[in-house]
Write a protein that binds this ligand. Structure first.
Ligand SMILES: [Zn+2]
Length: 178
């Protein structure tokens, strides 16, 4: 695997005298396959079967933990996502909302783009009357290098349809409430 070769070169650059590199490049390459498995996942396939429903109020899956990697520094972004929608005759399996978050988290990301990607994918698969997405996450590139501010969280949101207006506050209250 090519990533393995590059990781070995990086390790030799950092620590030329270390004779114990051993299996680390292979392990890192395998970890990368896991971290970036989202490129092989299709949002439409994730959605699977949709169900007819008379549900006419917000459906919200909150505090979905996610781990991603920032495309600027290749370090972790760790946070939670809340995904909500107002159904239009159809609902999606609740766990599928969490899978949708993972499908985009497991790529090189910018949190801002990831937030929009989750929202747009949900719109494509479900076409609800409105969507709200709320993400808050700690970026290791902010916490542990550069400006070094651990505990700082970046908050990003996406709203469409009826959640742009009247239901926006209700969605946010659910996202931010305990
Ligand atoms: Zn970064």
């Amino acid at each position: 695997m090519e990533i393995e070769t590059y990781i070995e070169a990086i390790m030799r650059e950092i620590d030329p005298d270390n004779g114990e590199i051993n299996r680390t490049p292979k392990r890192v390459a395998e970890s990368y396959c896991e971290f970036f498995s989202g490129y092989n996942v299709d949002a439409i396939e994730i959605a699977g079967e949709l169900y007819s429903s008379d549900m006419n109020d917000l459906v919200i899956l909150k505090n979905i933990p996610f781990e991603s990697h920032c495309e600027h520094h290749l370090v972790p972004i760790v946070g939670i996502a809340t995904v909500g929608y107002l159904p239009d005759g159809k609902i999606i399996g609740a766990s599928k909302l969490a899978r949708l978050v993972d499908c985009f988290a497991h790529r090189l990301q910018l949190q801002e783009r990831m937030t929009i990607e989750i929202g747009k994918a949900l719109d494509v698969v479900l076409a609800p009357k409105g969507i709200g997405i709320y993400l808050e996450a700690e970026h290791f590139c902010i916490a542990h290098r550069g400006v070094k501010k651990p505990g700082v969280k970046l908050v990003t949101r996406y709203f469409s349809g009826e959640l742009k207006n009247s239901l926006r506050q209700e969605f946010l209250a659910a996202a931010l409430g305990k």
